[in-house]
Design a protein around this ligand. Sequence first.
Ligand SMILES: NC(=O)c1ccc[n+]([C@@H]2O[C@H](COP(=O)([O-])OP(=O)(O)OC[C@H]3O[C@@H](n4cnc5c(N)ncnc54)[C@H](O)[C@@H]3O)[C@@H](O)[C@H]2O)c1
Length: 280
Amino acid sequence: MGRIDNRVTVITGGASGIGEATARKFVKEGARVVISDIQDEQGQKLAKELGENVTYIHADVCLEDNVKGMIEHAVETYGRLDCIVNNAGMGGVKGEIESVPIEGFDQTITILLRGVFLGMKHAAPLMKKQGGGNIINISSVAGLRGISQNHPYSAAKAAVIQLTRTAAMELAYYKIRVNSICPGSIVTSIFGAASGMSSSESVKTYENLIHLFEKGQPLRRAGLPEDVANAALWLASDESSFVTGHALVVDGGVSAGQQWTAQMRWIDMIESTLGLDPSE
Ligand SMILES: NC(=O)c1ccc[n+]([C@@H]2O[C@H](COP(=O)([O-])OP(=O)(O)OC[C@H]3O[C@@H](n4cnc5c(N)ncnc54)[C@H](O)[C@@H]3O)[C@@H](O)[C@H]2O)c1
């Protein structure tokens, strides 16, 4: 028996990275899954590999008719909708605030924020009718902390956390739980994509990313898509049935505080500025 047997789950951006790992994990735990994405070849290949309980549909999360069609496809195929993981995303336009082009700002906000909003907008009515459901929105630690030169991405991810809370307040009455996940640095093709690489090309950079990310947080190993998929599985299962409106951080400790060595360096700098001997 799986932890989410027969639960019908839609995963946006499910063709690669965190979405792909979530699809794999959910199928293993008994779910029936609709993978949606704009990378059709990759999404179709994954759906075929995962077997009879998985289908693929093209859906650009920026477009309301695509999102509506994606939800209708889940119901036509499996008869219901138990869970949606609003995961589709990209790195977003970066740069100093005065250099950010407004088109890039709008595009980042549209994919990362409107995409999540549309997923909830079209999933909620069905879940209400069915008497319950589960919504999981992928935010980021960038939504919890300000990250320099990452303005629209950080702002959109912070808004996803708040949208999760407002929806959780409204939908709790209907037994619909709404939570977000805030991953730290996770080895996926999002980093390569930011430099114009396709998902398959990005895979070649994973070894380098793993070495880099091993040093990036208090837990000295790289964050992997499966780490986020495990958190999504817990939120989708009955094990978290008293949890809603929560932002679940999966970041190896990076947002918990300052590491001891960095803290000690800072204290040394303060003491030497004050003319004190840090060793006393
Ligand atoms: N990798 C990280 O370090 C990290 C950290 C924090 C948050 N996140 C978030 O996790 C989510 C998944 O990212 P990932 O790291 O797995 O990257 P990824 O590039 O491997 O996967 C993102 C997927 O979203 C799809 N996508 C992009 N635009 C879309 C659109 N308009 N409509 C539908 N699908 C679209 C892509 O085709 C891709 O398959 C994103 O929301 C991202 O912001 C990632």
